[in-house]
Write a protein that binds this ligand. Structure first.
Ligand SMILES: Cc1ncc(COP(=O)(O)O)c(C=O)c1O
Length: 437
């Protein structure tokens, strides 16, 4: 039996807290304050500076305590399943150090990610190279570094691996239903079940070592039952392989777990309530079970603060003006200093809807408060010269001025990792805090 969620999250085992506190951060300042206090201090510092260069750049507040809370929640609700954090989701060095200290494994998609994780001091056996189609030289690199566990979903990949890393421990990624997910990865990856026999035979002919099965129900999965169906399919593949003489020892249930920011619909608790029992029912205790959560760990841990660098009042043609409500005829376009080509690429690539909140208005700090003023039809735009660079096409905001600030919560997953520097705008920096202890 394991402790219930409240017990573990509120009073986690001492050794876990000690591990958390011991995360090395010699060269990085980590505050021990709330997100509100950290942003306030940062904005006060900016306001007090006299014409410092780049002083009003957008910035993230990254809460390591929130990542730790998510880890405790995982350990409490899915104790059998070992998390291998999907680095692609947010390769922030502090997050990697924290999760490495807590004993997590890592899902890497490339040589660069493997290198980054090894550099943090993670042993090669805590890495799964979970990209079914790999560059040949990256496979060679994995071999040099003893990163032996890697996924595949096609016969050509088996031939490549035979050539460059014949001793690799292979995980067959199968295609499962991802129709209920925001990002459907099955369009690109996953062996359809009717191809499994051929892949197993090919591996046997090549004398390759397949050790288990993986799947990904799609990122941002909205239906916990997708995990259940996928585990059943994986069980069938285990049986099919056993009949051919394979001895599978690993099940990898992939990613797709919701972040703590999800307020309705699917929750991690619902997924765990389905996934834990089905895994226990279908897989004996000697089968190792791992997962590749990304969003789950980091989505709610990052808040981004953006400065309003410009405003345009929308002047409607007289005929239209007559039609709209008399009380709120004003409409505004706000321009902020991070956008769709930067951290807000999640709007396009990750299908996210982001919600602006007022952080500072006329030098009054308003984090977490409702600004009780008339609000107006508004749109929020990023800083580049491209018109696709729009964060909110239509929202309600009080009348703000250039120099005021907005903030957006739940910006930790698939944001800065895919940000470009299009138009010369730098990636937003992270200020760290720890709201756990
Ligand atoms: C192979 C693989 N594993 C894990 C993940 C992480 O998924 P999520 O952030 O939904 O947990 C992804 C995301 O694209 C992925 O491609």
């Amino acid at each position: 039996m394991h402790a219930n969620l409240e017990t573990v999250v509120l009073a986690p085992p001492y050794d876990m807290v000690d591990l958390f506190k011991s995360v090395p951060s010699p060269d990085v300042n980590v505050y021990n304050r709330s997100i509100c206090e950290v942003t306030k201090q940062r904005l006060e510092a900016i306001t007090n500076q006299q014409w410092e260069s780049d002083q009003e750049n957008a910035f993230f507040v990254g809460d390591l305590g929130e990542v730790f809370r998510q880890h405790l929640r995982w350990k409490s609700l899915l104790p059998r399943i070992e998390p291998f954090f999907a680095v692609k989701c947010n390769p922030d060095p502090m997050i990697l150090k924290l999760l490495a200290s807590l004993g997590c494994g890592f899902d890497c998609a490339s040589k660069q990610e493997i290198q980054q994780v090894l550099d943090v001091g993670v042993e090669s056996n805590r890495i799964v190279y979970a990209n079914p189609c790999k560059q040949a030289s990256f496979v060679r690199y994995a071999a040099q570094q003893n990163v032996s566990r890697m996924t595949f979903d096609n016969a050509e990949e088996l031939h490549k691996i035979k050539k460059f890393y014949p001793d690799a421990e292979l995980i067959l990624r199968i295609l499962t239903d991802d129709s209920q997910s925001l990002c459907q990865l099955g369009l690109k990856f996953g062996a359809p079940l009717h191809t499994v026999q051929h892949l197993l035979e090919t591996a046997q002919q090549l004398d390759l070592n397949i050790i288990g099965v993986s799947f990904h129900v799609g990122s941002g999965c909205l239906d916990e039952n997708a995990f259940c169906d996928a585990v059943i399919s994986a069980r069938n593949v285990f049986d099919q392989a056993a009949a051919m003489g394979f001895n599978f020892t690993l099940l990898d249930v992939g990613g797709g777990f919701p972040g703590a920011d999800v307020k309705n619909g699917i929750t991690f608790e619902k997924v765990a309530a389905v996934l834990g029992p089905v895994v226990d029912r279908l897989f004996p205790a000697d089968i190792r079970v791992i997962a590749e959560p990304g969003r789950y760990y980091v989505a709610s841990a990052f808040t981004i603060c953006t400065n309003i660098i410009g405003r345009r009042s929308v002047t409607l043609p007289p005929a239209v003006e007559e039609e709209i409500e008399k009380e709120t005829p004003e409409q505004y376009m706000y321009y902020v200093n991070d956008g769709m080509y930067g951290s807000f690429n999640c709007i396009i690539f990750d299908h996210q809807i982001v919600e602006p909140k007022v952080l500072m208005k006329n030098e009054v700090f308003t984090f977490g408060q409702d600004v009780c003023e008339p609000n107006f039809e508004s749109s929020v735009w990023g800083p580049t010269c491209d018109s696709i660079d729009c964060l909110n096409k239509s929202t309600r905001l009080p009348k703000l001025e250039p120099g005021d600030w907005l903030y957006y919560e739940n910006m930790g997953a698939y944001t800065v990792c895919a940000a470009s520097q299009f138009n010369g705008f730098k990636k937003s920096e992270v200020v760290y805090t720890n709201t756990f202890c």
